[in-house]
Design a protein around this ligand. Structure first.
Ligand code: PLP
Length: 350
């Protein structure tokens, strides 16, 4: 395996904890949780592990500005903005919102104080509040214009001599995924050094842009993890997500110089919990957030971990996992989104 530039700033290893109350309450397999909501970097999450490699690559290339894109409540954007601030770089975020009337940049908005969109931005909440605190420059785009706006602002930054570095959506490419290759190594080392931790037969987590799953699957192959890795899809059908994950995993294997054969059969995806679509909190997510809070004092987020944990609890009810097995829920973060007004009010609406 080739040595890849990395800057160590994540709080690792993240703890693994038993969930006794959930285990008893669900009358299912033994439940454990891996706390990647506590990776550090502005309230933590799975993007911290990816950014250790992405920021190192950016620095190696002499970049002085990070540019990326995401939804309004993107955890990836919040953590990228925090990393940029920490390493003295500029940050440009292209945030997508379906209800924008046209492509609007924050400069345009500040020149038009009467616009309703401006009022929305004047009182940012959740991740958006943190983006602004980290001094990211925010550009608004309609979802279908995301990539073209991203390219436009990348080119502009380049012309201005800012040396921008483009981080793909979700930080999911062959570089970001390395974070989760090493995360598997970390897990196996924790298991080897702590005899009170049972070996997890299953790893369950939310999967979306695919970098996390690609890294986990590649790491599982490389370091010979004996259990199964199940991604609960957040927003794509299984075939689309599997193809995406396979692609990232193969490119990652090539990038780190390892010879592993991966196929679609290695990539387990459950797409039964897409609900009302990306970012729409439904009963599945509400119930899971309340359950984890009430029984374990653990915070799940409305978009990713709420959906995946809800799916996992449903699979437990359906006896998908045998009762004598151990299931490790890999918490991927997202905490700040819970404090966005949109989700706060929806959480107790029914
Ligand atoms: C980005 C994110 C995910 C999804 O990870 P991918 O690597 O994009 O598949 C899951 N959970 C949280 C909280 C996230 O922010």
């Amino acid at each position: 395996m080739r040595e890849i530039p990395r800057i160590h700033f994540a709080h690792l290893p993240t703890p693994i904890e038993f969930l006794p109350n959930l285990t008893t309450d669900s009358n299912g397999p033994r439940l454990f949780i891996k706390r990647d909501d506590q990776t550090g970097l502005a309230l933590g999450g799975n993007k911290t592990r990816k950014l250790e490699f992405l920021v190192a690559d950016a620095q190696a290339k002499g970049a002085r500005c990070l540019i990326t894109a995401g939804a309004v409540q993107s955890n990836h954007c919040r953590q990228t903005a925090a990393a940029a601030a920490k390493f003295g770089m500029e940050c440009i975020l292209v945030l997508t919102a379906a209800d924008l009337k046209s492509k609007l940049s924050s400069e345009v908005l500040s020149e038009n104080p009467d616009m309703t969109e401006h009022k929305k931005i004047a009182a940012p909440d959740g991740n958006l509040l943190l983006d602004q605190l980290f001094n990211a420059k925010i550009v608004w785009a309609k979802p279908d214009q995301r990539d073209s706006v991203l390219q436009e602002y990348f080119d502009k930054a380049e012309q201005q001599g800012k040396k921008p570095y483009l981080i793909p959506y979700g930080g999911s490419n062959q570089i970001g995924a390395i974070g989760y290759v090493y995360a598997v190594k970390e897990l196996l080392e924790q298991l080897a050094s702590n005899s009170s931790l049972p070996y997890p037969d299953w790893i369950v987590f939310p999967s979306s842009s695919g970098g996390t799953q690609a890294g986990l699957i590649l790491g599982a192959k490389l370091f010979e993890y004996q259990g199964r890795v199940l991604g609960i899809s957040v927003d794509e059908t299984a075939p689309v997500l599997q193809e995406r994950v396979l692609n990232i995993a193969n490119r990652c294997a090539e990038h780190i110089g390892v010879n592993v054969e991966l196929s679609l059969d290695d990539i387990l995806v459950d797409d039964h919990y897409l609900g009302g679509g990306y970012g729409v909190m439904g009963k599945n997510e509400q119930d899971a957030i309340r359950l984890f809070g009430r029984l374990e004092g653990i915070i799940l987020d409305p978009v990713y971990t709420g959906r995946a944990a809800g799916g996992m609890m449903d699979l437990i009810r359906k006896r998908y996992f045998a009762q004598d097995k151990t299931v490790l829920f890999w918490h991927t973060g997202g905490t700040p989104a819970l404090f966005a007004q949109k989700y706060q009010s929806a959480l107790f609406s029914s």
